[in-house]
Design a protein around this ligand. Structure first.
Ligand code: HEM
Length: 173
């Protein structure tokens, strides 16, 4: 089992865990906003919540960079002096692939869906008969629910790979 003894390595790991917390805020916070929009009947409030939800989505690139930088730091301090490369560790390669899917899903597909729904809700808010757009809204809401389900699953897989794979806990290393 590998034990990290370097101070900078511990610091990098510390900020990595903080960045992981930010991902939780993005995914669980985004889902909470989504849930509020689905249940809310007041068009004005729905439109307002949707704008906030899109603001959260804009944080994806920033959080992804934090994770990438601290993750690279972790890789560096984890493997320094061992002769090990990041691509030698299967769990890490798998984790990076799932990470890329998570980030693309969050920052590209999530923000496209968010933009469409915010525009639609704004339109519904300004119209005399907003019910004509109700089927489109239902379809967007359904796509969003699937989007968050996929994000939850990806996050669970990444956490699983990180804890079991890193060899600090019982498991493969
Ligand atoms: C959503 C994205 C990510 C999540 C949720 C995540 C989560 C975690 C967690 C929970 C740990 C265990 C920390 C510990 O036991 O101290 C960890 C460790 C680690 N992560 Fe990440 N991580 C993510 C992205 C990344 C990325 C992008 C990289 C690489 C560029 C990376 C590289 C590492 C490495 C090398 C370790 C092992 C550190 C060690 O051995 O102490 N992670 N990650």
């Amino acid at each position: 089992m590998h034990i990290q003894t370097s101070f900078l390595g511990t610091l990098s790991d510390f900020f990595h865990i903080i960045s992981v917390g930010l991902v939780f805020v993005l995914i669980f916070g985004g889902w909470a906003f989504h849930w509020r929009i689905v249940r809310e009947k007041d068009p004005q409030l729905r439109s307002y919540v949707s704008r906030w939800s899109s603001t959260i989505g804009f944080l994806w690139p920033f959080v992804a960079i934090c994770l990438l930088v601290t993750g690279i730091g972790d890789i560096y301090y984890r493997s320094s002096g061992t002769g090990l490369h990041w691509y030698d560790e299967g769990w890490l390669v798998a984790k990076l692939i799932f990470f890329v899917i998570l980030v693309v899903n969050g920052s590209v597909f999530g923000s496209i869906l968010g933009r469409k729904r915010t525009q639609l809700l704004q339109f519904m808010n300004e119209q005399q008969s907003p019910e004509i757009a109700e089927p489109t809204l239902k379809s967007l809401n359904r796509q969003f629910s699937w989007h968050y389900l996929v994000q939850f699953l990806l996050l669970a897989i990444i956490i699983f790979l990180s804890t079991i794979g890193s060899g600090k806990q019982f498991g493969i290393s």
